[in-house]
Design a protein around this ligand. Structure first.
Ligand code: FE2
Length: 383
């Protein structure tokens, strides 16, 4: 969309642009200079910035702003006397002259919060599809970005093969549990996950800093009664909590909880983070919830502790509400992936007869989102 008009404002400290579709936005001279796309400012090879903020004069102003016949922008900065161009589409993509109405707990439009209605349309793909077709891999990864959860069927049932799934888009995060870990009933378990007990919905490893942001759980054998898997969208639970009591949400986001794991010799993992982590602009960044590894709360003032516990109980009830749950039972060759900053997982208890053998591994969202963005760029270029 071409720019049709450029005007210099406020003695050159800002400019105002209008696009042909009627959009308009202001940009600061210092912002434009900092983000100049010329080869002296940005490396043409890798796109990284070659200058620091200290290389840019503090009194940078726009002396002249002109629109080319193609609708792009030319700007001359003083005192440097430097002229650079900006594509109209690039500027339109980077408009910041807006004031969105944002309640604490908002999240990006790419994230779709869900409840039990997702049961009928669980995002899923076969291993053969995502392994052999980059577009299919992109669709599966996009589902993880949107819903924080996806299933895969037809995966290999050889031990450790779940690491190959992580390597389709990124890297395994190795921890004290190993590159991957066994999830099956053990005689002297180092973690309650390695029993046949039911597990309340939780996010994994909140005692780490940073937490692993993705988890894969793959099924190799399953002949037990019970042991169904449950997933709950923590962002949806946050939304419902907010609707029912903004004060409860506020308490759980303003005070840190403590998490700890000390179940094995030589391991003492501890972290201090809130149940709901918000960015400085109120964006909901992460949910942490895990009854097994919750350590004593010591960061809530005495006069708020009783209310904090009421809010904690309120959230715990919400994440066990069937209308928020999606349930399924993994068969051999099936696995699920969760965004561990958002989606809680649970399991029902299972019988001691039969075998239930799952393997888990961790990976990180940065790799997944990077691969997804690269695939989307490839698809755009090919179109
Ligand atoms: Fe878990």
């Amino acid at each position: 969309m071409p720019i049709t008009r450029a005007a210099v404002l406020d003695k050159g400290t800002s400019i105002a642009l209008t696009w042909r579709d009627g959009r308009s936005a202001r940009f600061h001279a210092i912002w434009l200079r900092d983000n100049a796309l010329d080869p002296q400012t940005r490396s043409p090879g890798n796109g990284q910035r070659l200058v620091t903020i200290l290389d840019i004069p503090a009194d940078t102003r726009v002396a002249r702003a002109a629109v080319t016949t193609g609708g792009d922008l030319y700007v001359t900065f003083i005192p440097e006397g430097k002229t650079v161009s900006f594509p109209a589409a690039w500027l339109a993509e980077h408009i910041y002259d807006v004031e969105p109405e944002r309640r604490p707990g908002w999240s990006d439009a790419v994230i779709e919060r869900w409840d039990n209605a997702l049961q009928a349309r669980i995002p899923r793909a076969t291993y053969a599809q995502v392994k052999g077709d980059r577009a299919a891999l992109g669709r599966w990864l996009a589902a993880v970005r949107r819903f924080g959860f996806a299933l895969m069927t037809g995966a290999p049932t050889t031990s450790g093969a779940l690491c190959d799934i992580a390597e389709l888009f990124g890297y395994v995060r190795e921890t004290n549990y190993g590159r991957w870990f066994e999830v099956r009933a053990e005689v002297n378990p180092t973690n309650l996950a390695f029993t046949n007990l039911g597990l309340q919905a939780h996010t994994d490893n909140p005692y780490r800093d940073p937490i692993p942001t993705l988890q894969i759980l793959a099924c190799l054998e399953n002949s037990v009664e019970g042991g169904d898997s449950i997933v709950v969208d923590g962002f949806k639970a946050a939304e419902v909590l907010q609707q029912e009591s903004f004060g409860d949400f506020d308490l759980l986001s303003r005070h840190c909880a403590r998490f700890e794991y000390a179940g094995a010799r030589g391991v003492r993992l501890r972290a201090k983070r809130p149940f709901f982590e918000l960015g400085p602009d109120g964006e909901l960044l992460a949910v942490r919830f895990n009854n097994r590894s919750a350590a004593p709360l010591v960061d809530v003032p005495h006069d708020r502790m009783a209310a904090f516990y009421r809010a904690y109980r309120h959230l715990a009830k919400l994440i066990e509400t069937p209308s928020l749950e999606v349930t399924f039972k993994l068969a051999p060759g099936e696995l699920f992936i969760v965004d561990n900053t958002r989606v809680l997982h649970a399991r029902k208890s299972f019988s001691s007869s039969g075998t239930r053998w799952l393997q888990g591994c961790y990976a990180d969202k940065d790799g997944l989102l990077s691969t997804l963005a690269a695939i989307e760029e490839e698809m755009r270029d090919a179109a």
